[in-house]
Design a protein around this ligand. Sequence first.
Ligand code: SAM
Length: 293
Amino acid sequence: MSWVREAYYPSWQQSLRVDREVFRRQSAHQEILIFDNADLGRVLMLDGLVQATERDEFIYHESLVNLAWASHPAARRALVIGGGDGGCLRELVRHADLEAIDLVEIDGAVIDASRRYLPSIHAGAFEDLRVRVVVDDGAAFLERSRETYDLILVDAPDPVGAGAALFTEAFYQACRRCLEGSGVLAAQFGNPLLDEDGQARSAARLAMAFPAVAFALAPVATYLGGALAIALAGERPPIRRREPTHVLRWYDAQRHDGMRLLGAALDPSPGAVPHLPGLAAGTVAVPQAMRTH
Ligand code: SAM
């Protein structure tokens, strides 16, 4: 038994107990560590940063995928950038009306290790006939892509190393170019309190690329700080347009609206209010201290 320390922020860190090391390898891109923890289940860390734990990954993956899916009237084609653990794929393949699902992950070693050691996270989704896996830098892929998508899910790590390319204005512009008219982008955006400055800069870049930007806030305990912002962007305000088609562990229509309500405080557009169906403008008070603009 040993401990691994996640040290992303200089003055606030967390430690996770490694009850059984399952896999450790230095790939061409990063150190991959998979281990078991008595409370969290199987854990994936990359370069010392928590990516997913069996205990709460469903909150993150169900939310990222379905906040976008339900904001589109009839999505058929989806793209995941990053996401080599297969959690987003798992949630996408549940949607029978999706016809094509591409995943572009920079590190083939993450996919290989996840397929072997994280079966509860991908749940066999890599085998779905609609799924195409590309090992490439997501930013470079989109830059030259002529494909178009209804949903782009940016299942990115923190904006360090190769992950930094997934938070630039050029990347967001490329995403917009590859989205169909009603297309929706959903991107993990870090912790709103601890990443406040970086998040405000990323939000400004996103708002330069897309006419409509909104946020949701998901409770994911093992991402330090416990609250994860998810950015939504498109040509039109990403209101919820569809009811869930299946029962999930975390995500449902009520939680969709609740996560959007909480995320409204992060909206970069001046005077923004949540775009919730049936909610009158201005009925939600946004604490001034939470504003990032
Ligand atoms: N849910 C996680 C989080 O919030 O930390 C993200 C998990 S997912 C495993 C992140 C993946 O993005 C990693 O496997 C990493 O290799 C991949 N990645 C990092 N930079 C990338 C890039 N530029 N293009 C494609 N994939 C990238």
